[in-house]
Structure formats: C-alpha cells, structure tokens
Design a protein around this ligand. Sequence first.
Ligand SMILES: [Zn+2]
Length: 105
Amino acid sequence: MKKKLKVLFENLCCSVCKNGFEEESITIKRQEDGLLVINLSCTHCGKNFGVAFVGINDLDVKEPQIEPLEVQDGPEPITYDDVIDAHRFIRDLDEHWHEHLPKIN
Ligand SMILES: [Zn+2]
C-alpha cells in the first residue's frame, strides 16, 4: 500500500531540504473504506507536512486530495492596530453605549 502511496508524492520534494519523499515518509494514520489518512514527513530533515486524505478505490490510488499541508495556526494575534481600534471604539462610545451590547430577552 505504501508503495502505491509513494507514487503520489514521486514528483514532489521536501520544501525545506529538497529531498524526495520515500516510503518511510508516509505514515498511515487511519485506514477506512475508500479513505486513507496519511501523514507525510521528510525522512531527511524531519519536516512534517501534516495530514493528507487520500481517496482509494479497490486499492487503486486516485487523485489525492491534499489538505493544506501546513498546520493551521489559531486566530491572528492581536496587533497594535487592533488595540488602537479598540481604544477608539471605547473612547467614542456615548450614552448609547449599551446598544452595542448583545440583546438579552
Ligand atoms: Zn526535508
């Protein structure tokens, strides 16, 4: 199975060290009917490319649907501008400030 999976990554190389991927680069995390969840990492530099979902049909590997390879970060960190914006918002509040609060029945 891993040999077939390797074909998917044959034309790709690690974005960090430019080495190609090998069978050992692929870890099968989950195997279900028609779906494989694999983890791809570089055996040369250790860069982890995250999890990919691969649709399989009768053990013929179809086009992989690679999820975004980089692990998604959380929300954007609060910037200086955000603080200024919040400051202006609060400063400009008038006697109608309570209209900004969520309505509670
Ligand atoms: Zn690498």
